[in-house]
Write a protein that binds this ligand. Structure first.
Ligand code: SAH
Ligand code: SF4
Ligand code: F3S
Length: 471
């Protein structure tokens, strides 16, 4: 299978639907430019998918809006990773009932990871009769066709594709940002961590071919992008299944080799195959951010085994020690799950111990959430949620102290930053190469540009500074 075989077939067919929908949606909107509201839940992978959906909507003549009330199409791209993420979607879909009543022509569509779970798609279909279109992650490339069928036939439609293991290239993309963007390099996941729903809703791992990735990266740089994040659930296993032999480290090096002034970063790395080769590439390429997001999940080997993570605490520490030695400004961030089924307070203490030793810049912390269809959902889970919440409190307090210490150590330095947004009037948020936010006074014209910032003050996680010169 090559990617190009798929491009020609699918995009041609979908282009016809997009073309047909231009008139249909315009007429449905009462002879006005149709407006679409797209909300994205979950990770950057979903954000990148939504950018494709927005690209297709633009080709269909739609304008994006931030106001649900004025939309002709409302689309939620959902996340299934934890119960909380799903509950937010249910709540927000429930709230659309009144809008649909006021505007019967409103088309409500749900897509994304939640929809790839049969029981969820069924629940949505039954509980929310005003939802017109439901489609899963495997059929995003068919969005125009599905929308066409749903509008023309006026029937409710559910399409949860089976994972065909293919990669659909050449879909239009409307990026949310103008200088900071996401670049998917692979899809799916084969790791099957026992708590995780992602492999069940995103299908098997498949890598895009390097030529397509490099061409996207080049075009982003040409269009003024200054910060590019390569995306995948486990970027370290990039390249498996491709005809040519290429590792993630090699791909990263090639992206960093593109002419132009930009930073490249990546997420997420899995510790089981984080290689020294990768660390060396980061250390040797100034365009690659000295930032590694390396989720450890738990500091107890016993629990890591039950999680099917396939590394030990020792292996994790070894790769981090190597990275810290090779990359002086390394910023290390991680994900951690508290209260995995069977985890004891002693196991949890090992997690705290690892956090103390690793000194992460910041942590994404989650209380374990059982997911239907995953092995861990059947494990005995005797610790109450309340108790897990207390453990979490302990963890957060420790990490706060570490983060504060780390940010304080940056005071007095001058660092290159990318100015990202206005925080409040006259104050901008800028980000260092290794991902730490610095508040600086300055004009909004600087947004999207590199500058040098002298760090003058640290308050908990936030750094304050002054811009020295703009480049
Ligand atoms: N592919 C990435 C993670 C994607 S999901 C990786 O392996 O690192 C993002 C994070 O959500 C995970 O790292 C994990 O910490 C958390 N997570 C996933 N499933 C969860 C669950 N059932 N309960 C709580 N947290 C979960
Ligand atoms: Fe989930 Fe594990 Fe895959 Fe990450 S590597 S997406 S945690 S199964
Ligand atoms: Fe959520 Fe799907 Fe990402 S489950 S975390 S949006 S891959």
């Amino acid at each position: 299978m090559t990617d190009s075989e798929i491009i020609d077939f699918e995009t041609d067919k979908q282009s016809t639907y997009m073309y047909e929908l231009r008139d249909i949606l315009y007429i449905r909107a009462g002879g006005k430019t149709p407006k679409a509201f797209v909300r994205t839940y979950g990770c950057q992978q979903n954000v990148a998918d939504s950018e494709k959906i927005k690209g297709m909507l633009a080709e269909m003549g739609c304008e994006l809006t931030d106001e649900k009330e004025e939309a002709d199409i409302i689309l939620f791209n959902t996340c299934a990773v934890r119960e909380h993420a799903e509950d937010r979607v249910y709540g927000n879909v429930g709230a659309l009932k009144a809008l649909k009543k006021k505007k019967p022509s409103l088309l409500i569509a749900l897509c994304g990871c939640m929809m790839e779970q049969e029981h969820v798609a069924e629940k949505i279909y039954k509980s929310f009769p005003y939802v017109g279109l439901v489609f899963g992650t495997h059929v995003i490339h068919k969005f125009p066709e599905l929308l066409y069928n749903s509008v023309v036939e006026g029937k409710r439609l559910v399409e949860r594709g089976t994972d065909d293991g293919k990669i659909y290239e050449g879909l239009p993309i409307k990026r949310d940002g103008t200088f900071k963007g996401w670049l998917p390099i692979m899809y799916g996941c084969d790791n099957f961590c026992t708590y995780c729903i992602v492999p069940h809703v995103r299908g098997r791992e498949r890598s895009r071919c390097p030529e397509n990735i490099l061409s996207d990266a080049r075009s982003m740089v040409e269009n003024g992008f200054k910060d590019i994040t390569l995306l995948g659930q486990n970027v370290n296993s990039y390249g498996k299944g491709l005809d040519q032999s290429i590792s993630f480290a090699e791909l990263l090096k090639k992206v960093a080799g593109i002419d132009g002034d930009f930073w490249v970063r990546f997420m997420t790395s899995h510790p089981k195959d984080a290689s020294k080769e990768l660390i060396d590439v980061i250390a040797e390429n100034p365009k690659i951010s000295p930032h590694i997001h390396l989720p450890f999940q738990c500091g107890s080997d016993r629990i890591l085994k039950l999680m099917n993570r396939r590394y030990t605490v020792e292996k994790y520490m070894e790769i981090v020690e190597y990275a810290k030695k090779r990359i002086p400004d390394l910023s290390l961030t991680s994900d951690v799950i508290v209260g995995f089924p069977g985890e004891t307070y002693e196991d949890f203490q090992k997690t705290l111990e690892l956090i103390r030793r690793m000194e992460f810049t910041s942590l994404f912390t989650f209380i374990y959430s059982p997911r239907v269809g995953t092995p861990a959902a059947k494990f005995k889970d005797p610790v109450t949620h309340q108790e897990k919440a207390l453990w979490m409190g302990e963890l957060l307090k420790l990490q706060e102290e570490i983060s504060a210490k780390r940010t304080a150590s940056m005071v007095g330095r001058t660092m290159r930053v990318l100015v990202e947004e206005e925080a409040k009037e006259g104050i901008l948020n800028a980000r260092t190469h290794n991902g730490v936010v610095v508040e600086v006074p300055g004009k909004t014209e600087l947004i999207g540009h590199f500058a040098d910032a002298r760090i003058t003050e640290a308050r908990n996680f936030i750094l304050r500074g002054q811009l020295e010169q703009t480049k």
